[in-house]
Design a protein. Structure first.
Length: 71
């Protein structure tokens, strides 16, 4: 296991010279949260799909209720 206080040779220079996006990626990797953004995005996509499914279900239920009322 790597100790968080141990920094490999050249890593500090890499961090200092890195562009902001690369610096953020390095820090997220060190913090162990590098995959969080991807998982969050996937969860948001699943949530949006579920909301769309609920809207379609509401439409179907409404249509069926109107058909039942006309019987």
């Amino acid at each position: 296991a790597r100790s968080p206080s141990m920094v490999g040779q050249g890593r500090i220079g890499e961090l200092i010279q890195a562009k902001p996006q690369a610096r953020r990626a390095l820090l997220e990797e060190a913090a162990g949260i590098s995959g969080l953004h991807t998982r969050r995005h996937e969860a948001e996509l699943r949530l949006k799909a579920a909301e769309q499914n609920l809207e379609r279900l509401d439409d179907v239920v409404g249509e069926l209720e109107s058909q039942i009322d006309s019987l």
